[in-house]
Design a protein around this ligand. Sequence first.
Ligand code: FES
Length: 268
Amino acid sequence: MSTVNDHATSHPVPYSTGDSKITETTIAEMRELAARYPVGRSALLPMLHLVQSVEGRVTPEGIEACADVLGLTGAEVSAVATFYTMYKRRPVGEYHVGVCTNTLCAVMGGDLIFERLKRHLDVGNDETTEDGKITLEHIECNAACDYAPVMTVNWEFFDDMTPESATQLVDDLREGTEVKSPRGATICSWREAERVLAGFPDGRADEGPTGGKASLAGLRLARERNWTAPNGNGGAPAPLDPVPGPRPEDQPGRESQAVHTDDSRKED
Ligand code: FES
């Protein structure tokens, strides 16, 4: 099967390392993704995840392939790929390990965990261990603050972490021990996870619990105490607050264009 690299012989791709794994199958899958959207270019984000699943990063060939399929320029695809932090321009290890160092996680121990892992793995931020197993990255708030400090492996959550449980986690990953997310699936490789993010499910989306204790605590309390959400004005949307400043009808020449937002306004 020919690869994008084969085409590169006659049309060299700038910055190519010459070892692209993108094949006709990849291109066909890109077309399949583009066909899922009313406007093909909407598929660019999943297509870039697909590139990462095949290449282990976003390569120049991957950018060119996305651009060809979507009728974009390489610069346009590049602009997207360099904007979002989930797209990697350098090779990612077998597992991507994130440590949340945003405010709440940081004060709950995230900073400590990140420092411990850097020393333990002998890498800096966004670097990969020598054995190619772990890429370590400090990440921003993952909306899991109720489990702070949190870590992720290939974007699956690991809750209430400590420096000790964090080092145990990366040791298990490096040794090939089966690791399960407490609120998600059994951990696969980063490339496999990227293929799922591209929109090719692996059938394991429902593995593991969908919600954790802390997230569901409010719901449990409400049920125990028979609380219900206030229904306001009977379920209808609340009237909009009046816009501050002069009312349209008070402005000279606007009488005929008066806009009323609620009944009390009509009676003014
Ligand atoms: S601060 Fe870490 S998940 Fe929100």
